[in-house]
Each structure stands twice: as C-alpha cells, then as structure tokens.
Design a protein around this ligand. Structure first.
Ligand code: PLP
Length: 418
C-alpha cells in the first residue's frame, strides 16, 4: 500500500508517467508533484511521508477538509443500502431529500433542483434550460448566452464557450451564440440595448474562481435589473462560491439579489462524491410542462441524483450547519485579509482581494506567482496559481492558527520572491 517512503513514490510516479493523462495538462506530471495518499482535516500526506496544509481544498472542493466522519459514514451506509436508483425513470430518497434541503436554503423563489455530476454539466444544463425555456415560450430567436472576461464555467462545449479567455484554444472551438463581454456594467447595458431580444441568458460568478475577482454588490444588482428588463434569464455560477465559501451560504446573498438559475457543485458534496446541481424557480420549471404538454426538459445523465452522492450532500449540509462553517468562513476570511495587509505594500504585488475564504494575491506576472507557489510548497503549504494570482481557498473548517500560518507563509514567500 502507498502509505509512505520514497520507493513507493518513485514507483507510483513511474506508473503515472506511463498511464495517467492529467487534466489541465502539461500531460505528464512533473517530478515535484504532490502525490497524496491520505488526508486528515486541513492536511494531506504525500507518498514520501511529507505533510502539507492544503490551502486550496484539493480543487477548491474539499470544503470540509479530509476524513469527515459523518460524510464518510453517510456515503458508506447509502452504498450498502442502495448505491443509487435512476431518477429519470424513478426516484431515490437521498435525491428527494437533498432537493428539498437545498430549497430550504435557496427559497422561497428558487425551489426546484436538477442534479448532475460536475460544475461543467451544471453550466451546460443551465444554458440548455435557458434556451429551451425561451423556445417553448415561442421566442426561438433568443439563443445568445452572455458571459464575461476571465470567467470560468467549465470544460464542456457550452461551458467552455462561456469561458473564453480561460483557455488559449477555446476560441477555435466556440460554437455560435456565445458572447464574451468586458466585466463592466455599461458593456452589458450596451449589448442588451442592441441584442436584448435575442439574448437567452447572462451567466456569471459572484466571485470569479480564477483570481477571486469579485462582482461588486451594486453591479450584481444592476445586472439582475438589466436581465429583468430585457427578459434574459440570470444564471449565477456558484460552483465555487456556493455552500459557504464566501462567508454566506451563497455568494448572491451578499448583494440581496436572486438568479433565475443557480449552479452549484464543489461545496455540495465537498469532494466526497461527484455532485452538482441547477436550482431554479417554479416559474422556469412550470414553463416546460405548460408549454410541452408535460413532456418536460429532455436532458439528463445516468447519474443525475446519484443516491450515495446525494447522501454525501445531505451529510455535508449537516456538518456545515452543526459546526457553523459559514460563519467560520466569514471570520477566517476577514482574519486572512487583515493578516495579508503587509503583502499589499510590496512593490510587485498588484492586488490583494477576497471574500470569505476565497482570496487572491495578484503579482506582476505568472513567473513571480509560480515562484511564490513553489516557495510556499517548500514551506508545507499548497495554494493554487492561476495566471499572476495565488488563490487561497482552504477548507471552511480551518482554525485561526492555520489561517495565520498561510498568511505568514505567503508573506515570507512574496518577500523572498523580490
Ligand atoms: N464554474 C466554476 C466557477 C468553477 O470554478 C468550476 C471548476 O473549476 C466549474 C464551473 C467547472 O466545474 P467542474 O470542474 O466540476 O466541471
């Protein structure tokens, strides 16, 4: 078993080099990669026995950290009882209960949840729902989907087309009907003034996962109002921000606006299972039945509403509520930003920003950020780099001591990178 030792590590890396195709390649893993073999709380252990504080929550998804007993027990129990049952033809209890539970958090308007398996699938489903919604109401010309620069909504066709700029190749593969605008409200206003009656939906993240750029609350309210005025549906992508990450249960709650469609994933099953959701209003849901003689939305996945994944989601929500993790994310996030005040003054630091436990330090370029990331790793702390940004997004269970440690490590690494 791969529980430690450099031989184990070397052997695994050799097999990795021969067989595993890593997403977001460089296709072959580099020799100083973290080869995780176990985890506990905020820490993971590498195959060489080294321990790291995971300040990026794996892929921003391990919001409860590692080894959360209630979630593990819930998943194991559900797997033994009934691993899943198809929600296309039928239903299963965890899927019903989790949809009901989400409505308790997103309601009273957003009460209807469609399950899928990844953030990309959730974006894809939301885009299809929006286009389908207008088409069944007799507005077939409303096909345009508007997103913003620097957004990331996923890697499938529609989601990637809504993430132009996130990938150097996406422009070549972009299907028709996807529009990328600068993040300013006047850009959206001008666009909708000309093309509002052809627009199906406007898609954005309250805080962008790539670099923690925040949509100011008043701008989000304005976007909401513009969508209403022009009849476009507002899709908020809370794949990263949903379920506590920003210090509220959902990012949209800071601005006091509601989307027509909400996509969530990472924090929903917290990395214990693969799960995502699109939550919408009764009005959007009913449109399909009313106009299609109950034929509904012709879309779905084999694992939509997977019972063990939904059991994980229910247990995750129990832990979030039991342990007050949304309030902890708010408190630790404030502590982190305060502790990073000194970094702000360094000459090659362009910005320090964040909301809750989604924060970023932006440097004067990717090479400097890469250097900082590497030094932090040597110091035992794992962070994510996107472009010139170091993104800090630890598990929501993090304590004050570890929060300070992250701030000290990034300060030291930034000073050393001068
Ligand atoms: N939307 C946002 C805001 C994300 O951060 C991500 C994931 O990185 C996605 C969508 C895509 O999710 P997934 O990687 O699960 O397909």
């Amino acid at each position: 078993a791969a529980t430690g030792g450099t031989d184990v590590r070397a052997e695994l890396l050799a097999a990795d080099a021969d067989f595993l195709w890593h997403p977001w390649s460089p296709s072959r893993v580099n020799p100083d990669t973290v080869l995780a073999v176990s985890g506990d709380g905020c820490e993971i252990r590498d195959a060489d026995g080294r321990t790291y504080l995971d300040a990026k929550s794996s892929g921003l998804n391990a919001t409860l950290g590692y080894g959360s007993r209630p979630v593990i027990d819930a998943v194991a129990g559900q797997l033994a009882r009934l691993m899943t049952y198809d929600t296309g033809e039928g239903a299963n209890e965890p899927a019903i209960r989790l949809a009901e539970r989400i409505a308790g958090l997103t309601g009273p308007r957003l009460t209807r949840t469609f399950f899928c398996n990844s953030g990309s699938e959730a974006a894809e489903a939301a885009i299809r729902i929006a286009r389908f919604y207008h088409a069944v109401r007799g507005e077939r010309q409303r096909g345009l989907v508007v997103s913003f620069e620097n957004a990331y909504h996923g890697a499938t066709l529609g989601a990637a087309a809504s993430s132009a700029g996130a990938s150097p190749v996406s422009a070549e593969f972009t299907p028709a009907g996807f529009v990328t605008l600068p993040g300013r409200t006047d850009a959206l206003r001008d666009f909708l003034a000309g093309q509002g009656d052809r627009t199906a939906a406007v898609l954005l993240e309250p805080v962008q996962a790539r670099g923690a750029h925040q949509v100011p609350d008043d701008r989000l309210r304005e976007v909401r109002e513009l969508c209403r005025r022009y009849g476009a549906l507002l899709i908020l992508d809370e794949v990263t921000t949903g379920f506590g990450r920003t210090g509220r249960m959902f990012g949209y709650q800071h601005a006091g606006v509601e989307p027509d469609l909400l996509t969530t994933s990472k924090g929903l099953a917290a990395g214990y299972m693969s799960l995502a959701a699109v939550t919408t209003t009764e009005h959007v849901f009913d449109t399909f039945d009313t106009h299609r003689k109950q034929a509904g939305f012709v879309h779905g996945h084999t694992h939509s509403g997977h019972a063990a994944a939904c059991a994980a989601g229910l247990a995750v929500l129990d832990v979030i509520e039991r342990d007050g993790l949304v309030a902890n994310a708010a408190a630790r996030g404030t502590q982190l930003l305060t502790a990073l005040d000194g970094v702000r003054g360094l000459p090659f630091v362009r910005d320090v920003r964040g909301r809750g436990l989604l924060a970023a330090v932006e440097f004067d370029g990717s090479p400097r950020a890469s250097l900082v990331r590497r030094r932090m790793k040597e110091d035992g702390i794992l962070v994510r780099r996107t472009g010139p940004n170091i993104v800090i997004a630890p598990p929501l269970i993090i304590d004050a001591g570890r929060t300070d440690r992250i701030a000290e490590a990034i300060t030291a690494a930034a000073e050393a990178a001068a």
